[in-house]
Design a protein around this ligand. Sequence first.
Ligand code: NZQ
Ligand code: ZN
Length: 392
Amino acid sequence: MQQFQYYTPTKVVFGKDTENQVGKLVKEQKAAKVLIHYGGGSVKRSGLLDRVEASLQAEGIPYVTLGGAVPNPRLSKVYEGIALGKQEGVDFILAVGGGSAIDSAKGIAYGICYEGDVWDFYLKKCLPQKSLPLGVVLTLAATGSEMSDSSVITKEEGWLKRSAKSDLGRPRFAIMNPELTYTLPEYQTMSGCVDIMMHTMERYFSHERDTELVDAMAEGLLRTMMHNAAILLEDPRNYEARSEVMWAGSLSHNGLTGCGRKGDWACHQLEHELGGMFDVAHGAGLSAVWGSWARYVYETDVERFAQFAVRVMGVEENPQDLKATALGGIQALEEFFRSIHMPVSISELGVELTEEQIRELAYKCSFMDTRTIGGFQALNRQDMENIYRKAR
Ligand code: NZQ
Ligand code: ZN
């Protein structure tokens, strides 16, 4: 096991009706004025926003609201939130929604405390030194942003999707009521399930061997996800399945399954460019590229892929032919993605990539040919083009 730090300061409040505790939780944080940030309106339609506002009012906490964080949230909305937050003198940001509302809220929280352009953090020019504290009422189990250190924002100019990472961005609390996810369309639920699985797989595909405990946790999480995603396909209002998925979402991306090893993250980098350029749902973009990535890199460590095949996908081990076992696991996961109606190619996302677009995606993903991606196997710009082409 390699050296690691595990820092997860978020207070989790989980279960039915927990959103009604939001006022008390904000009060615990000693907030004087709150900016409530949300997305395109699902929280209004469901009545959640009214309940959140009522809970703050009951505690006598003043607030302003700002909606309009879109999927693949935009930098212009972050700027709008920074201006509003400064003008109103808010000292706490409350995100109500999915990963996009939360990530946009993190950008606002950084930007209010920074004199320069908040995009600096996403370009990794510097790290945030200060942030307003942040709380979350989660409505979509997917990104794990409710406990993660990341914020992913798209700059409209050039359609660049970039992430900023800082422990300052980890929310102070996360309210998770699985019932709030009942209203999700099937596509968003399943896209979220893929994202949750991928956050664990990005950490699992590593060459580090002495990680028995985190391997077992990761494998258990992946099996739990497949079991419950299949239940939700038939029965979207199944509370137990919604609960398993929601908790898996947080544990998948709070660092737990990565302790003691270096992760890969190539699929996430490849997907972020697709999301930036074509506005696809993040999880769907991940399932569209995963199989092509896996077949491209599996020979780097066939044993690892064979372990995944046997322990996670239930493939029978063929000790004489570990490659066949490994490939069986890749195929089995693609079949699972298909079974939950998720794409396994980019064209299934409704995007027909031209050669020019493949070159542009790889150019952007390689940060204009200045970096490689992937901890499992380093991939340069040419490799990225090859994978996009195979995934086409
Ligand atoms: O905007 P509203 O009206 O709320 O609708 C949203 C949106 O259209 C809807 N929705 C959310 N909760 C709902 C609901 N509809 C009905 N009922 C509910 N309960 O779902 C749509 C998608 O929402 P969004 O927040 O965009 O989805 P998700 O949570 O998957 O977030 C995706 C974004 O997070 C980034 C992704 O790249 C993408 O930009 N990620 C953030 C990470 C992080 N911060 O740690 C890690 C991830 O790897 C990921 O990159
Ligand atoms: Zn993700």
